[in-house]
Unconditional design. Structure first.
Length: 273
């Protein structure tokens, strides 16, 4: 199949994508961009990419749909189990003890940034529901650039093949068998607010205790990564924790987050007091 984009057109689209959401397209993932563009041309009934470029500049809705189409939404329940072991055995006990000692509100606030189809925030919700003391509560904001993924997440229904990884006690307690799949129960679902958000911009969230942003930074260049990390810092409490993907690192970045190695996993902390 011949290339859809000339080098000049590829440059125009990759620049626009970077300006809109910070995702950095290189020649390596050019085939992904061309594949998504072919589909959008078909759906839009347009003849060439120049027409489509003009369309997304004029239509905010089509721009959202286009950005949705180029994101990769690979996820699963309890993905990278050591991260959740550390949440259970280190982060939750530490946050509870700190809030009690400081006389702070007995609530844990979490942001799942780049939540895709919802498996990550639902995993976090199940763990917090199970492990927090009875006098504590929690709330989770889960955001993504993909409206299609957010619709799946908000519905909370997953085919049987997608619930692999959920421990049997959690499966029984927190999900209901419905037809050929499973539905997340309301006491887990109602703790999560799903919302569209572009990480290029400030979320407006503040006083967060835990931020999960795993396997998202790999799509950004260094400058965009630094901006995202700085915004996370500003959104988080003075005693809080940041999770990024196991293949991602803040090494070499000018950031105030501290690398944290626990018995279960490595991640980052903001421990000002």
């Amino acid at each position: 199949m011949p290339d859809l984009l000339s080098d000049q057109q590829f440059g125009k689209f990759s620049t626009l994508i970077y300006e809109q959401c910070g995702i950095h397209f290189t020649s390596t993932n050019r085939p992904i961009l061309e594949s998504r563009l072919r589909e959008r041309l078909r759906v839009s009934k347009l003849e060439d990419v120049g027409q489509y470029f003009d369309l997304i500049l004029k239509s905010p809705e089509e721009m959202k749909t286009f950005l949705d189409s180029i994101t990769t939404n690979l996820t699963r329940f309890f993905r990278n189990q050591p991260h959740f072991d550390a949440l259970e055995h280190h982060v939750i006990p530490d946050l509870v003890a700190h809030k009690r000692a400081k006389g702070q509100e007995k609530k844990i606030r979490v942001w799942s940034a780049g939540c895709s189809t919802g498996e990550e925030p639902y995993t976090i919700s199940m763990i917090l529901k199970d492990k927090l003391p009875s006098d504590f509560t929690y709330e989770i904001t889960a955001s993504d650039l993909s409206l299609k993924s957010l619709m799946t997440a908000n519905q909370g229904f997953y085919p049987e093949a997608r619930i692999v990884g959920i421990p049997d006690p959690y499966l029984t307690r927190f999900l209901s068998k419905v037809g050929d799949g499973y539905q997340i129960k309301e006491d887990i679902k109602n703790k999560i607010k799903f919302d569209y958000h572009n990480l290029k911009f400030d979320s407006g969230l503040r006083n967060l205790d835990v931020v999960f942003c795993r396997n998202v930074l790999i799509y950004f260049d260094e400058a965009a990564q630094k901006n995202v990390i700085d915004r996370f810092w500003n959104s988080m409490n003075d005693h809080s924790y940041l999770y990024i993907g196991h293949s991602e690192s803040l090494f070499g970045m000018q950031t105030q987050f501290k690398f944290l190695k626990t018995d279960w996993a490595v991640f980052y902390s903001k421990l000002v007091n």
